[in-house]
Design a protein around this ligand. Structure first.
Ligand code: LRH
Ligand code: MN
Ligand code: MN
Length: 389
């Protein structure tokens, strides 16, 4: 069993999780978008909702933007609005998946004009970063094909490498380019950045400022995600997470809902090398949509799930684990991990929150605040999270 000596989860006090602006708007599937009273009508209102999540959890200090979903006339005023609400603007996500021009590809398109347009969009996102003070550009490439022979896989990689170089050249010295991968969708034969290997190869070709972002929902069933985490950390190439849960495909459900044990295993790899500390530079982000559940409480639950998995990982008795591993004690080693996983950390986390001047129960604190009732009255005609908007 874990001992009192290792029941120290105080590192969580400095562990911040970035929330996505698009989690607060209406979203849905291709079958139906259910509307929710009180959803934000503007990027400012999304930031205000995100600030509520930070207010009650004390653990959501930044909000990611998605361009053009969050386009405003003056990004520096959005950044000051965020600061007034005690949060900062985080990663800027580009979007090359909703323009007819990109039907056959964006950064990989055979047409030079379309490639240039996709590169220019990323340079525009870098300008947004300069206005918001954000240091991270995040790129998910939807490009791919539906049929064998539709286009040359090799030529597309060459075009991609060239386009990425143009984007990379536009970064400031303190900027990071995060390259995300996803094994399928929106195309179903091949994807141009389907896996961490492809993402890593492009990052290595670009340089130190390029890193991989791992979206937990973007793998084939059965993939050992914690192995990928360990590999990328070894190369100092794990830039960020997009946390969510999947049962089937890219479900974007609340992180830790479908498989809390997987989240714990991931956080164990992180914690075992100290990568949960702010000095690691890894950005722990959520990438979720709340189609039917209330959105702000959905984000609060997500933050708490990551905190619980991380707390359990912090409780792993590292020296007992190492000893059992070296001794070849298979079941002993497994038991050390399971003891930590099976610990109920909710009380420890509530104590930590209290010591930070927060409510022990963020869900109840939000419900009591009256914020939801207020915005339901004030906001009429909310906007979609962005899919299709
Ligand atoms: C793609 C993705 C990517 C997008 C986000 C909205 O599936 O994970 O990160 O930017 O969803
Ligand atoms: Mn993602
Ligand atoms: Mn996704």
């Amino acid at each position: 069993m874990t001992t009192a000596a290792v029941q120290d989860i105080s590192a969580l006090a400095d562990f911040g999780i970035e929330v996505p602006s698009w989690a607060y708007g209406n979203s849905g599937t291709r079958f139906k978008v259910f509307t929710t009273p009180g959803v934000p009508r503007t990027p400012f209102e999304k930031v205000a909702d995100a600030a509520e999540v930070n207010r009650v959890t004390g653990a959501a200090p930044r909000v990611s933007l998605h361009i053009p979903w969050d386009k405003v006339d003056d990004f520096s005023s959005l950044a000051s609005f965020a600061a007034d609400h005690k949060v900062a603007l985080g990663a800027v996500n580009s979007n090359v998946f909703q323009d007819d021009d990109y039907k056959l590809g964006s950064l990989t398109n055979a047409d030079k004009r379309i490639r240039a347009k996709a590169v220019a969009h990323h340079l525009e996102c870098i300008d947004v970063m300069r206005a918001t003070g954000s240091k991270t550009l995040k790129l998910w490439l939807p490009d791919g094909t539906n049929y064998a022979g539709q286009d040359s896989i090799r030529a597309r990689q060459d075009r991609l490498a060239e386009s990425l170089q143009e984007i990379y050249a536009g970064l400031d010295a303190d900027h990071t380019l995060l390259i995300e991968y996803k094994f399928f969708e929106p195309f179903f034969y091949h994807t141009d950045i389907p896996d961490w290997g492809t993402s890593l190869l492009h990052c290595l070709a670009l340089g130190d400022q390029a890193k991989v972002v791992l979206d937990t929902g973007h793998h084939a069933p059965g993939t050992n995600i914690e192995f990928i985490v360990a590999q990328l950390i070894r190369q100092n190439k794990l830039g960020a997470f997009d946390f969510n849960s999947r049962n089937y495909a890219d479900d974007d459900l609340i992180v830790g809902a479908a498989d809390p044990f997987q989240l714990f295993r991931i956080m164990h790899e992180i914690v075992s090398v100290g990568a949960h500390l702010p000095t690691s530079g890894i950005n722990f982000m959520l990438d979720q949509c709340h189609n039917i559940e209330p959105k702000i409480p959905g984000q609060i639950r997500s933050i708490m799930n990551v905190q619980e998995a991380t707390a359990k990982a912090l409780l792993v008795d590292a020296s007992a684990l190492e000893k059992a591993q070296i001794d070849g004690d298979i079941l002993g080693a497994h038991a050390v991990l399971m003891d930590a996983y099976n610990t109920d950390v909710r009380g420890l986390l509530a104590d930590l929150r209290e010591s930070q001047g927060l409510d022990r129960d963020p869900v109840a604190a939000f419900a009591r605040s009256g914020y939801m009732e207020r915005v339901e009255t004030d906001r009429v005609g909310g906007q979609q999270a962005g899919w299709g908007a």
